[in-house]
Design a protein around this ligand. Structure first.
Ligand SMILES: Cc1cc2nc3c(=O)[nH]c(=O)nc-3n(C[C@H](O)[C@H](O)[C@H](O)COP(=O)(O)O)c2cc1C
Length: 314
């Protein structure tokens, strides 16, 4: 197998992380968390099976940086308090035994949170629901934005302390950062809305705060909806433009797509051809020359050997 696919099984070094191969497990919410948001032993066992299988890098499902306001999912993981450190540490220790590297995705759900579960009105860039017929969120004040930026930084620092090898900021899929980036959900008229520079400001502040907390050698990954695939949303060309404002401190781009309104592309419907969305990661790779991750119905390793598709070395 290794001889058939030399590229897939070649290592990749990004900052102080060396991944043994180019196989990445994408973040997928499991709802395996404990009621208090702690990582469960079910979780540890689930991810351990993937590490045993030879995965180079596992990206742990989205963990809340500010609960209850930013939480998404009934038993979602949390990383917004030091109480969560011991179990996360145990997790990292277990996975590292297999030579697998691990990142954790940090997230604030914004308007994608549900008031009946979080007991408050969800928040966002503007008062635009994150999906048709969804709840109307409350626009964040500048003071609240600054508070949330700090929470991202604290969560990233916790990930590093627990033993993760990298942190992934979730900036796609209709969650809070995506709600600021997208012209569909960002109708603000202050310095966080309108121009590309303004719409990227919140995300840029988050990346900068995360970098401040984790230091220069710890890899930062950014997950994007590179093409929102919705009328009035960011196209791939728009994303390539806005990434000029964001790319500096990003070490790996995790190039996803779609919003809540185009979920069939975000969580690829079966009828979509194998690797259909790899052109998006290719475009990001070509413009910024940084490692990129692609995904989406990749059902045959031969696909990876005939195209550029997989994490590519800078
Ligand atoms: C059950 C489920 C949960 C998911 N949770 C997340 C998540 O927490 N964060 C995220 O960025 N993407 C999430 N995704 C999207 C996946 O990471 C992935 O990009 C998508 O399912 C395409 O996967 P594929 O390459 O296996 O087709 C989820 C997908 C599924 C099916």
């Amino acid at each position: 197998m290794k001889n058939d696919y030399p590229h897939i099984f070649s290592p990749l070094t990004v900052k102080n992380m060396t991944i043994k191969n180019r196989i990445v497990m994408m973040p997928m919410g499991t709802n395996y968390g404990e009621q208090n948001g702690e990582m469960s032993f079910l979780h540890i066992n689930y991810y351990e099976q993937r590490a045993k299988g030879g995965t180079g890098l596992i990206i742990v499902e989205n963990a809340s940086i500010d609960s209850p306001q930013g939480s998404n999912g009934t038993t979602q993981l949390r990383i917004d308090h030091d109480n969560y450190l011991p179990r996360l540490f145990k997790f990292c220790e277990n996975i590292h035994r297999y030579g697998t590297k691990i990142a954790i995705q940090i997230n604030h759900a914004g308007a994608s949170a549900i008031s009946s579960r979080i007991n408050m009105q969800p928040v966002s860039a503007s008062d635009v629901p994150s999906k048709e017929g969804g709840e109307i969120p409350r626009p964040l004040s500048k003071e609240e934005i600054l508070h949330i930026v700090k929470k991202y930084g604290e969560a990233a620092k916790r990930a590093q302390t627990a033993g993760f090898d990298a942190v992934e900021i979730h900036a796609g899929h209709s969650y809070l950062i995506s709600q600021f980036l997208s012209p569909i959900t960002n109708k603000r008229t202050d310095e966080f809305g309108g121009s590309v520079e303004n719409r990227t400001r919140f995300c840029r502040m988050v990346i900068d705060e995360v970098r401040k907390q984790v230091g220069p050698f710890f890899p930062i990954m950014l997950r994007l909806s590179a093409d929102e695939l919705m009328e009035g949303g960011n196209t791939l060309e728009d994303t390539l433009e806005y990434l000029d404002y964001l790319q500096e401190e990003v070490d790996i781009f995790d190039v996803s797509c779609g919003l809540n309104g185009s979920i069939q592309y975000q969580i690829d419907a079966n009828y979509l051809p194998d690797g259909w969305r790899s052109y998006m990661a290719k475009a990001v790779r070509e413009k910024f020359n940084k490692p990129c991750i692609s995904m989406g119905n990749v059902r045959d390793p031969r696909l990876l050997s005939v195209s550029w598709l997989t994490v590519t070395q800078t």
